[in-house]
Ligand binder design. Structure first.
Ligand SMILES: *Cc1c(COP(=O)(O)O)cnc(C)c1O
Length: 331
């Protein structure tokens, strides 16, 4: 894979560390757990969207855009990283938020990621739950064009083949690090939502024939829908990088048993996992994505789904800024 063929603007602090978690591994008494610190990508407090934005923002600039628009939930980490990237590159940024949570707290509406969006200079626009947000972005882009602006529309989560290149790149980086550290990786586990992270990782790992399986822990959709979404994007991404056909349907595996009552609604497992990692390893996770992903990993380890001599890499996708939007639910 020759990613230098694609326009890219360096926004992230890379490579992110690949670290052993000794106290968690001892606590579980099972497989050795490592962590890939994509919460430390640097830009705007970090997270997985920054890798995608390296390719998406380069495409926006190639197309002479002067404003980017994207959408997400109110506490969207993707929106926050997009706002920071736009600020850094001197582009305007409009954020469209779907109010997916009923009876949101004041913290949810104003603190955490939302506070940071405003600090980066973006005043979010709110839409009711179940709005067709892609249609809303299309209409908003049309309105901006009629005002003489040149909008670039970034899909929710930055998940399209361009954004997924960020995680093809992460696959290259991870395998290189593992080789340097002489670490045999048996599984990669991470939280999966809009699909770009898993699609990019699976495509990159398959295209280099790494033989490392990826398990996505769902935070939103049911398993069949989530796997199909990831697979469809992986197929497109493989075509885009010039490795058509490298991903099989069986390479895409999601476990959606840890969603709880729905997207962005806290679960007991998430809270326990989040507090455990904070207190054993001093690492923060988030209530919507990485905390639920971690809850899934811990539960599967306790159920004996991994062998005790496995090496597991949990990809930390970031999001801890969202904790401040969930004050009452966490403690
Ligand atoms: C967006 C996000 C994810 C999910 O990544 P996708 O590429 O949307 O599947 C996981 N964790 C965090 C913290 C995120 O913000």
């Amino acid at each position: 894979m020759h990613l230098a063929k694609f326009p890219r603007i360096k926004l992230a602090h890379l490579p992110t560390p690949l670290e052993f978690l000794p106290r968690l591994s001892a606590h579980l008494g099972g497989p050795d757990i490592y962590i890939k610190r994509d919460d430390c990508t640097g830009l705007g407090s970090g997270g997985n969207k920054t890798r995608k934005l390296e390719f998406l923002m380069a495409d926006a600039i190639d197309q002479n855009a002067d404003i980017v628009i994207t959408q997400g939930a109110v506490q969207s980490n993707h929106a926050r990283q997009t706002a920071a990237a736009a600020a850094k590159l001197g582009l305007e940024c409009n954020l469209l938020f779907e109010n997916r949570i009923s009876d949101p707290t004041g913290d949810y509406l104003n603190s955490g990621n939302v506070l940071l969006d405003r600090i980066y200079g973006c005043e979010p626009m709110h839409y009711p739950a179940k709005t067709d947000m892609n249609a809303a972005m299309g209409e908003h882009a049309e309105k901006l064009r009629s005002q003489g602006k040149k909008p670039y529309v970034i899909p929710g989560g930055g998940s399209n083949p361009i954004g997924a290149l960020g995680y093809v790149n992460c696959a290259l980086e991870l395998v290189h690090q593992a080789n340097e550290q002489q670490l045999r990786i048996d599984h990669v586990v991470h939280a999966t939502g809009s699909a770009g992270t898993q699609a990019g990782l699976v495509t990159g790992l398959k295209a280099m024939n790494a033989g490392i399986p990826v398990l996505g822990i769902g935070v939103n959709a049911a398993q069949a829908d989530q796997e199909q979404k990831v697979f469809d994007l992986a197929v497109q991404t493989a075509d885009y990088i010039g490795a058509p056909g490298c991903v099989d349907r069986a390479d895409v595996v999601a476990n959606c048993d840890y969603v709880g009552d729905g997207y962005g609604i806290p679960t007991e497992g998430m809270k326990d996992a989040l507090l455990l990692l904070a207190r054993l390893e001093g690492i923060l996770f988030d209530p919507v994505y990485s905390g639920k992903g971690l809850a899934g990993l811990l539960d599967l380890v306790r159920q004996g789904q991994f062998s005790s001599d496995d090496n597991i890499v949990f990809l930390h996708t970031g999001g801890s800024m969202g904790l401040f939007g969930y004050l009452e639910e966490i403690l």
